[in-house]
Design a binder for this molecule. Structure first.
Ligand code: F6R
Ligand code: MG
Ligand code: MG
Length: 367
């Protein structure tokens, strides 16, 4: 029996280069230096998508481990020092707490973790998005694990035919619920179709109970009670042999679905799948992007990455995303390009309302 390996993906925006578009190479170097010096890890990769630093680490300490989270926190703090020195934009913006308190959750960084008994071969994909929110994974995760038009294995592979169990979080009321596929499909869609509030946190193989996928579900703006940047999410998906094939996990991104985020976290836009080198959001700070790095785990070693969207097979999706971006941009400040008032992260509404309050004339008839 192979040992239990934990794959943790922990991300934070600790300073943008330039503006909110990218990560300066010195931050990546600093993070690599720190992780390389830690005896806690089996292996690691440091990468970036847009203005977020992503730590992809493997170890044997399980999920929610204080020492591992402390290491990630210290790494982001050290990167913040570099960002401050270079006067990068929004240095330390995702580090909400002043001090680490045992678990990185609730302190700002996003976390997705899976604990696995490595199979004979263990292919995993780490998805990382910029300029959007955790609920952005609802649509693709639903397609991968519950839609037979996307995943043929649900129909024709006996090891998948039994379906999957979805754990969904209510991000506003901080509650969770499990849905069993396919029986609960219609009920689940009532919730996950509202990704600003409900987000798929974890998916399990129904027959074996094994973890199949895990996402980060932090909402920074809720935690801070004010705007502190979008909660650009990450997600881990196990592939093959009872889980979606790599191609089934990537297939949902052939359609660039609309997500919330983009400029000032207040606009709707298409999620464009890109190679890591193309992950710098420029046009109107976007459009929102997603990268997919594939790894084979080998006794906890990260064999890879393979940059999975670096493939002309996704050119049409990118073209569609750009056409949608053109169309939406022409709406300017009008909904549905601009998000509904409740979902916007920036708003001048109270200010303008206060200024104009005496100019509003009530039309209610007096009794
Ligand atoms: C969206 C994002 C950017 C910023 C925008 C304004 O998630 O990070 O679109 O919201 O560049 O940034 P500030 O307010 O920092 O000038
Ligand atoms: Mg930013
Ligand atoms: Mg970001």
């Amino acid at each position: 029996m192979s040992k239990t390996i934990t794959l943790s993906v922990i991300k934070a925006d600790v300073g943008g280069f330039i503006g909110h578009s990218g990560v300066h190479p010195e931050l990546i170097e600093r993070a690599r230096g720190l992780l390389a010096g830690s005896p806690l890890l089996i292996d690691f990769r440091v990468t970036s998508v847009g203005d977020d630093v992503n730590l992809i680490i493997t170890h044997e300490h399980g999920r929610n481990n204080g020492e591992i989270h402390q290491l990630a926190w210290d790494t982001f703090v050290a990167c913040t020092d570099v960002a401050k020195k270079l006067k990068l934009y929004g240095a330390g913006q995702d580090l909400l707490g002043d001090a680490f308190s045992g678990n990185i959750k609730g302190l700002g960084p996003g976390v997705a973790e899976i604990e696995v008994e490595e199979r004979k071969s263990e292919p995993v994909i780490v998805f990382m998005a910029d300029k959007t929110e955790p609920g952005a994974w609802n649509f693709p995760l639903y397609k991968m694990f519950a839609d037979p038009f996307n995943t043929s294995g649900l129909v024709i592979d006996p090891s998948m035919h039994g379906g999957f169990i979805f754990e969904v979080r209510d991000l506003i009321e901080n509650k969770k619920i499990k849905f069993t596929m396919p029986e609960d499909l219609y009920d689940m869609l009532v919730f996950i179709g509202a990704p600003g509030r409900y987000a798929i946190k974890r998916i399990f193989h129904r027959a074996t109970g094994e973890i199949a996928a895990s996402s980060s579900t932090q909402r920074l703006n809720l935690m801070a009670g004010r705007y502190v940047g979008k909660d650009d999410p990450v997600c881990i998906v196990r592939c093959q042999s009872g889980f979606p094939a790599v191609g089934e996990a990537l297939e949902p991104f052939a359609f660039p679905h609309l997500v919330s985020g983009w400029m000032r976290g207040s606009h709707s836009g298409p999620l464009m799948p890109v190679a890591q080198r193309q992950s710098t959001p420029t046009r109107f700070d976007g459009p929102p992007r997603v990268c997919a790095l594939g790894f084979q785990l080998a006794e906890g070693k990260l064999v890879g990455p393979q940059d999975l969207f670096d493939d002309p097979a996704f050119d049409n999706s990118r073209k569609t995303a750009l056409d949608i971006a053109d169309y939406l941009r022409r709406l300017g400040p009008f909904e549905p390009h601009r998000l509904h008032l409740d979902e916007m992260e920036y708003t001048t509404m109270p200010l303008v309302m206060e200024k104009l309050k005496d100019r509003f004339i009530s039309l209610r008839t007096k009794k």
